[in-house]
Design a protein around this ligand. Structure first.
Ligand SMILES: [Zn+2]
Length: 165
């Protein structure tokens, strides 16, 4: 690992810390040449298996690109998309697998996208889950309505806090 400041190919680990959920190790490193410190994050490699059977590294950018079209014209920012991709990656990594089907990545997107924007969710789900009729939409909308009702019933204090980073 090159020092990002002076490109020295050698560095010394001064601190190692496990992420709260155990999915990553963060190391503080010291460059013996320029004396600056930098961090590296070590995670298991995560492969997405495509329908053809070929694997490729999990990419947040691919998630964002896959969802962006469904978000056209919606009040969804690039930051929202980046957070969504991060949440998808965290959820997938938390399941502890080294490989995941592309199809399951799509499923992992549905939940966070539903919270982000319901219209974008319907667009994405209609393509991804192959909606073929108005009934398919009706069913999805009914589920959304039901969930909105369920959320109202949860006292705000009981909601799960956002994960701190
Ligand atoms: Zn250096």
């Amino acid at each position: 690992m090159y020092c990002p400041y002076c490109r020295n190919p050698d560095s010394r680990v001064v601190d190692s810390r496990l992420a709260d959920d155990g999915s990553a190790i963060r190391r503080r490193r010291l460059c013996p040449q320029c004396g600056r410190r930098f961090s590296t994050v070590e995670t298991t490699s995560l492969s997405v298996i495509k329908r053809s059977g070929a694997g490729e590294p999990f990419s947040r950018m691919k998630i964002i690109n896959g969802v962006r079209k469904a978000c056209q014209g919606r009040p969804v920012t690039e930051d929202d998309l980046a957070l969504l991709a991060q949440e998808v990656e965290e959820n997938v990594r938390a399941s502890g697998v080294a490989e995941i089907d592309a199809h399951e990545v799509g499923l992992a997107i549905l939940g966070p996208l539903r919270k982000l924007d319901q219209i974008a969710y319907l667009r994405f789900a209609s393509v991804y889950q192959g909606f073929e009729s108005l009934e398919d939409f009706e069913e999805a909308i009914q589920t959304l309505r039901q969930q909105a009702k369920d959320n109202e019933r949860v006292p705000s204090g009981a909601r799960r806090p956002l994960t701190a980073h």
